[in-house]
Design a protein around this ligand. Sequence first.
Ligand SMILES: C[S@@+](CC[C@H](N)C(=O)[O-])C[C@H]1O[C@@H](n2cnc3c(N)ncnc32)[C@H](O)[C@@H]1O
Length: 286
Amino acid sequence: MSTVHELLHTGRNLLRGVAAPAIEAKVLLLQATGLNEVELLASPQQNIRAKDERRYRRLIERRLSGVPLAYIVGRKEFWSLSLRVQRGILIPRPETELLVEKTLDLAAGAAVTIVDIGTGSGNIALALARELPEARVIATDVSAKALRVAGLNAQDHGLENVAFVRGSLFSALDGLGLEGKCDFIVCNPPYVSVADWDSLPREVRDHEPRRAFLGGRTGLGFVRRLIKGSPAFLKPRAHLLFEVGYGQAAAAVSLLGPGWTDVKSLADLRGIPRVIKARNSERRQC
Ligand SMILES: C[S@@+](CC[C@H](N)C(=O)[O-])C[C@H]1O[C@@H](n2cnc3c(N)ncnc32)[C@H](O)[C@@H]1O
């Protein structure tokens, strides 16, 4: 039998090729033993059962074979919400929190109606639903699996002001009577071009869903459809916010022609433009 201290040391060594070996070793040991962090770290000399040690070593092997940590533990944190994730669902990325932050700035706590297109694990929709308890959030995805997991995430966090509907882009909203009634449409779209797919890390290409990444030949195909379909659902002067990939901001802004005002690209803390914000015009009939 080995102690916690010995297993963390072994795990760190085995995982030295990943970005944060010490943290990942600890996360995998927690997963393998079912202990919580306090129980694990308060007694570094406690012995771990042989069965749990075998499980720990198997988890390390899976991680070394390239399976993302979030899929191994089945969870990822976003906006301080612990969310379920599994194969077939995009792992939420920290940079997407900027989209949540900018939407919250504009919503200013009001009882707004928000549509999240392509919700995946539900990360954006659930963060907004939690921060804006008076809001009504409608989250869509083409993937039934994503919607099932997003629904469980909503239940886990007791969020009842969010509904999930399935369909491709705006067809998911058919029959909901939301035309001209939305204050916000938000989206983290698939925005990787076919040419750039091959340059993504292996861990992404081998394990995460292509459909969540690929935005057509130029990467902006989905964004183009998002911009085209949004005015029908937005109130006059209501907002569209969406994430863009590295180097895409200028091209995305150029797609927002007449009918849109206050178009801005918003940068993250490193100065990289990450979110495009635009306002539906006053006069356009929704
Ligand atoms: C980049 S992921 C974003 C997921 C999640 N919102 C996030 O930020 O982690 C894009 C999402 O769009 C969904 N998607 C792809 N094509 C779609 C379509 N035609 N209509 C609706 N959703 C779509 C994918 O299933 C995926 O969940």
